[in-house]
Design a protein around this ligand. Structure first.
Ligand code: ADP
Ligand code: MG
Length: 649
């Protein structure tokens, strides 16, 4: 109240992908028609809400519609300032009456706890007796586009779906590379500075700002924080980006692919583990002992990405992200790890030790126990890898710009926990058997590096040869979200999530259902907008140009300009052809849409239908619409074009 708050809210992250809040005043009736301000401990700790409209994947039937919010004391409360007042926001977890989680925060918290437990076992084996827990930290790079609000409002596709469903390639895109790291325009810099100030007031320190590769594309990065807090902060960053942009006459587009033909937007998650004393466990150490420990944690991430690739892929599966992963854009849907040359050599030498019989032990000694100080800064960078080791952290690059980072992080945490648990088990058993500890570590690393070497790839992940090579190595390539989400409920995935208490089998199935449903709904909405814009905006413009051409030809004939009419006829033929094909494509979309909407059966079946029927037909509509855009009279074209959207801001 001292800071001006009149209301409070339990702020949570339901499965809608955004955040939710219901505000309550501190007011409470008192005697004699008065009111007092009240805020009790109970109100802080727990909230109950009718949550029947939040996605639950069948976990909560409407007669048991109550949902509970529970205070997350590890994430600081904050005060949201708006035009006419302030609201106290309390980060909370959200669950059903029966205790099943209905949000994105709960599994993240559960996974952090699991990882901490097994990472501590490893630390204890290495003689660390003081660490109390292990944290995961993330620094989230956020890419976004800015467009002028005037243009945005004239594009129903941007307004309704966050991306352009039509729009011909602009004469100038990102080919010149002149936007990347370019000097930031005044209007945008003013926006960025305003954003930074407002986020700082919310306790979110932004560190980096720059122009990204595509025109009108930008990036920010805050200082890294504990995963739970960083995730809450990323949700707030996305919300604040949108709000501040509006104040500057701009619109912030967080969609993964707002524009065809230029780069889309991602959200690189820089991930590391640190102990309670602040030591980064992915920081190569100074001594052989520290290096051995570092290599065990590094190896755990290799195993996690290699053994649980389809599960990790689930974290990045959304309709929007399909335009990046698996399409012609970075990073690919195949999960591989880039370690950098120096580290790669270390791994190779340890691995090869396995093959040279006789001198095995000696080799291994060289491999681990007397390792030279490892490189602290990865000097070489690989921008095409979906998972890159960058000196003292892993960068997970497949996350989509509009997504919550939580799913990827809790899945990574779970997969790494599985590896750490396995390693701790092996090492503890060896030590109990009397094997010298470092010998046991040597053997473990040799075997594990050998087993998981196929996940390492230092080459160009965009190259056409890579998918073939990846297949040969047995790495899965789940190109689209539906194929990825289908794998969520694989027995192995359900088992590992249950074993570490991250998600119960019922929660997995519910989540799978929600995500598939979200996919289908997004596509149906896009298809509806595509159809409506096609029929009511683009087609009328094309038809009026067609009529104009026909009239011109008729009048030219009258004045005897036959030669001129011949070229006019050719133009008219082209327009006719595209108009005809456009109408055919729109009709097909009109037919497929109800089929997708009415389909009976599982969420998976519906999503498969949407993917197989709607995606190609929408592409066909777009191809024709865009061809017409490039033929018709510009002065009468009813939509702002890419050359305006991308360059005028
Ligand atoms: P890039 O060079 O890959 O574009 P940026 O400088 O844009 O990287 O962002 C790097 C992000 O990684 C920042 O958010 C930074 O705070 C974060 N980061 C740095 N060290 C760590 C760490 N140990 N663990 C997690 N994140 C980290
Ligand atoms: Mg960056």
């Amino acid at each position: 109240m001292e800071k001006g708050a009149t209301h409070y809210t339990h702020w949570f992250q339901p499965m809608t992908g955004s955040t939710a809040e219901k505000h309550d005043a501190f007011l409470k009736p008192a005697a004699e028609g008065r009111v007092v301000n009240e805020f009790s401990g109970k109100m802080l700790i727990r909230g109950e809400s009718d949550a029947s409209s939040f996605p639950s994947g069948g976990i909560r039937s409407t007669f048991e519609a109550r949902g509970y919010t529970a205070w997350d004391p590890r994430s600081p409360v904050f005060i949201k300032e708006s035009l006419n007042g302030k609201t106290l926001c309390i980060p909370t977890a959200f669950c059903s009456y029966t205790g099943e989680c209905l949000d994105r925060k709960t599994p993240l918290l559960r996974s952090t706890q699991a990882l901490s437990k097994h990472a501590l076992r490893i630390l204890r084996l290495f003689g660390n007796t003081s660490a109390q827990y292990v944290n995961t930290n993330i620094g989230i790079e956020q890419e976004y586009f800015l467009v002028d609000r005037q243009f945005f409002l004239q594009r129903p596709d941007l307004v309704n779906t966050g991306r352009t469903l039509y729009g011909a390639r602009p004469p100038k895109g990102q080919e010149m590379g002149d936007h990347y790291y370019g000097s930031i325009r005044g209007r945008v810099l003013a926006f960025m500075m305003d954003l930074e100030k407002r986020l700082f007031r919310l306790g979110i320190p932004l560190q980096t700002r720059h122009n990204e590769v595509a025109p009108a594309q930008f990036e920010l990065a805050p200082l890294y924080e504990e995963a739970n807090i960083a995730t809450d902060h990323n949700m707030l960053i996305m919300e604040t980006l949108r709000g501040v942009a509006r104040d500057h006459g701009l619109v912030c587009l967080l969609h993964e692919k707002p524009f065809k033909g230029v780069n889309g937007s991602g959200k690189h998650n820089n991930w590391s583990m640190s102990d309670s004393e602040g030591n980064n466990l992915l920081d190569p150490g100074e001594t052989p002992h520290e290096n051995a420990q570092f290599l065990v944690f590094l190896c755990a991430v290799m195993r996690a990405v290699h053994s649980h690739a389809p599960l990790l892929r689930v974290g990045t599966a959304t309709a929007g992200n399909d335009h990046r992963l698996g399409a012609h854009e970075a990073p690919p849907a195949i999960l591989s790890i880039f370690l950098g040359n120096e580290l790669m050599e270390v791994v190779e030498s340890i691995r090869k030790g396995a093959r040279s019989k006789g001198r095995k032990r000696e080799y291994m000694r060289i491999g681990v126990a007397s390792l030279p100080a490892l490189p602290r800064d990865a000097t070489d960078r690989n921008r095409t890898s979906p998972v890159a080791f960058t000196g003292n952290k892993f960068e997970f690059r497949a996350v989509g710009s509009s997504q919550s980072p939580a799913p990827t992080i809790f899945l990574v945490n779970t997969a790494v926990t599985e590896a750490l648990d396995a390693y701790a088990g092996i090492l503890e058993a060896e030590v109990a058997r009397g094997t010298p500890f470092l010998d046991a570590v040597n053997t473990l690393l040799r075997e594990e590096f050998e087993a998981h070497a196929p996940v390492l790839f230092g080459g160009d992940s965009y190259a056409a040869a890579w998918p073939k090579e990846a297949e040969r190595r047995g790495l899965p390539n789940l190109k689209d979200s539906v194929s990825a989400l289908e794998r969520f409920s694989d027995e192995a995935h359900v088992a590992v999530l249950a074993r570490y208490g991250v998600l119960t089998p019922r929660e997995v199935v519910a989540r799978q259902d929600i995500l598939l449903g979200e996919y289908s709904t997004s596509l149906v909405i896009e298809a509806q907008v595509c159809l409506e814009m096609g029929r009511t905006i683009i087609l009328p413009a094309a038809l009026s140009w067609q009529r104009k051409l026909a009239e011109t030809i008729a009048s030219l004939g009258k004045v005897g300009l036959e030669g001129a009419t011949e070229t006019h006829m050719q133009l008219l033929h082209r327009v006719n052809r595209h108009v005809r094909d456009f109408m055919i494509a729109l009709d097909r979309l009109d037919e497929e849409l109800p089929r997708c909407q009415d389909i009976k059966g599982s969420a998976l079946k519906k999503a498969q239908f949407c993917r197989d029927l709607l995606v190609p037909v929408m592409a066909a509509c777009r191809a024709e619409g865009d061809a017409l855009e490039q033929l018709a009279d510009d002065t009468r074209w009813p939509l702002p074009k890419y050359r305006e959207l991308l360059w005028i801001y």
